[in-house]
Structures are given as C-alpha cells and as structure tokens.
Design a protein around this ligand. Structure first.
Ligand SMILES: NC(=O)c1ccc[n+]([C@@H]2O[C@H](COP(=O)([O-])OP(=O)(O)OC[C@H]3O[C@@H](n4cnc5c(N)ncnc54)[C@H](OP(=O)(O)O)[C@@H]3O)[C@@H](O)[C@H]2O)c1
Length: 289
C-alpha cells in the first residue's frame, strides 16, 4: 500500500478525527463517515472525502478503520458496510469494544466476507496523544495479510505491538484500562486524603517526583485536578464502559476492586459527570472544585 491508497475512517469522534487528520497530513486519501456529519466537516478543506453513509466511505478503501464508541455501534456499521467492502480489504477495529463483541464480529465477518481480513487493534493513549500521533496500537490478527496497515499505523501512532491472534488486542486493551482505572481511583483518593491533611496536589507531586511512584499519567491527572478544568481527554462514561467490559470478560469475583470502582463511577455518571474527563471522579468524591 502506498500513501496514495484510500483509507476509510468510520467514526470521527475524539480519536477517529485525530486518525483522519494524521492520515491526511501523511498524504493518504481519506474517506470518512460519522453519524453526526458535522464532526468531520472541518477536515474537508484538508482533503477528507466525507460521506453520509458508511458503505459509501468504504467503497474505494483498501483499509477501513472503525473507531466507534462501542460494540453495538461497530456491529451496526460492519453489517452495513460488509457487502460494499472491496475484495481482500482490511477491516481494522480500533475502538474499545470488549471481548464478547470482538469475538462475535470476527466470527461474523469470517463467515460473511472470508476474503476480508479482520484486524483487532484498539489503542492505548487518549485524545491529545492521538492528535500528536503518539498512541500505541495493540494489534492482533493476520499480520501478513494486513501488511498494508503498517504505514497507516505509522501515520497515526508512535508504535504497534502485535499480540497474536485476532482478539488479543482487545484483551490487552482491557488489561491496560483496568490498570488505568485503578490508578485514577487511587490518585483521586490519595489527593482527597492529602487535601484533608492540608496538602495541595503540588505538595503530593513534589514527594512523588523522581521516585518509582511518579507515573507521568498521575502528573497529568493531578494537574487537571489542580486546574479544575475537566474537559475530557477520556470521558468518564467511556472509562466506566471499559471497567464493565473488563468485568464481563474476567473470571467471576477475580477483580473485586474494579467491581467497587465501577459501582462508584456509575453513581458519578448517574449524577451527571459522565461527559467530563475521568479525573472528575475527584470532584464527585470530594465535592471540591
Ligand atoms: N478518548 C480516549 O481517550 C480513548 C482512548 C482509547 C480508546 N478509546 C475508545 O475509542 C472509541 C472512540 O472513543 P472517542 O473518544 O473517539 O469517543 P467519542 O469522541 O465519543 O466518539 C464516539 C464515536 O462513536 C460514534 N457513535 C456513537 N454511538 C454511535 C452509534 N450508535 N452509531 C453510530 N456511531 C456512533 C460517534 O458518533 P457521533 O459523533 O454521531 O456521536 C463518534 O463518531 C471508544 O470505544 C473509546 O472507548 C478512547
């Protein structure tokens, strides 16, 4: 595949929009579709061919990237595009849709369009890294048949880790996000305790900095808590979705901490915090601005 080939991007939300923008910067031909057309319109002047229907967007594409919210949205788009996909196209699913939906879609596509290769490739990294092409792709599936994806991944990310059979990427993504969620909840609670003792987020970071507990992610989220601007890098709603996907896929009772966090984050979503960054859980816990 050369950079004059066509890549279709289905879903131009926070992440898909960044993918499309980076592909355009790297001189790919990009066809896009988003349920709410307006979210892709700013890219038209950079060369995006924006379509009203997903099957129109994929018609010329050798590679199709799907970056939709969840399994239901992805399944609906895949069913719609399947008859329109080019012979031997690559369908690359990059959203966090969990194990059950991933395995079902892999099986369905293999029966419906055996010529099309399904690559399961969720990503690690949020909106800002995606905009800077700094995400990590957790790829799985038939790497040889998907060679045309390598330059696409190179344009949207800082690296690709191939993890094995299709479905392994989605499994690793749940592992990583279970860790991220535990880290966020722990940070919110430690920052709350620090505040109860009269310490600021900066006081906490000054103690962590330079040591083994100073995760860069914690610094970013401490700064968000300090600034009080919870503009989403990752919506609390999506983080809760990922916690539930991990719990659905894990052996029963093997993740009691995550179970509790999911219950708490559900309360925060019910209280109206879902559209803000997941670090807003600090505000929910403490009532602090
Ligand atoms: N943001 C992150 O930090 C991050 C990082 C890694 C992975 N992810 C995962 O990547 C996926 C996309 O995340 P995002 O942050 O880009 O989310 P987002 O900004 O909320 O975008 C979601 C996308 O899904 C579409 N969508 C939602 N429901 C739909 C439906 N029923 N039918 C058709 N389209 C539908 C939205 O279309 P509309 O514009 O019409 O609503 C939009 O294109 C999610 O699975 C998320 O968990 C996110």
């Amino acid at each position: 595949m050369n950079q004059h080939s066509t890549v279709a991007v289905l879903g131009l939300g926070a992440m898909g929009h960044a993918f499309a923008a980076n592909l355009l910067k790297n001189h790919f031909r990009v066809a896009g579709w988003n349920r709410t057309r307006a979210r892709g319109e700013d890219l038209v002047s950079s060369g995006l061919a924006l379509y009203d229907e997903p099957q129109q967007a994929v018609a010329e594409a050798e590679v199709v990237l799907a970056m939709l919210a969840d399994g239901a949205a992805t399944e609906s788009a895949l069913r719609q595009i399947a008859p329109a996909l080019r012979q031997n196209a690559i369908f690359c699913q990059m959203g966090t849709i969990g194990v059950e939906a991933t395995d079902r879609l892999i099986g369905w596509l293999a029966e419906t369009r055996p010529d099309v290769v399904y690559i399961d490739a969720p990503v690690s990294g949020t909106k800002a890294p995606a905009e800077k092409a700094q995400i990590l792709v957790l790829a799985s599936g038939d790497r040889q048949r998907a060679a045309a994806l390598e330059p696409v991944f190179a344009a949207i990310g800082k690296g690709t880790r191939w993890l094995g059979e299709a479905g392994a990427g989605s499994r690793m993504k749940l592992v990583v996000n279970a860790w991220l969620i535990a880290l966020m909840q722990g940070l919110a609670e430690s920052t709350s305790l620090a505040q109860q003792f009269g310490f600021t987020p900066d006081d906490l970071w000054a103690v962590l900095e330079g040591g083994p507990l100073a995760a860069p992610y914690a610094k970013v989220k401490l700064d968000t808590i300090k600034g009080g601007d919870y503009t989403p890098q990752m919506h609390l709603t999506w983080a809760l979705k990922d916690a539930q996907l991990a719990l659905d896929a894990a052996e029963d009772q093997s993740m009691p901490g995550l179970q509790h966090i999911a219950q708490l984050w559900q309360q925060a979503v019910d209280a109206g915090y879902g559209e803000q960054d997941l670090s807003v859980i600090y505000r929910f816990l403490t009532g602090k601005e």
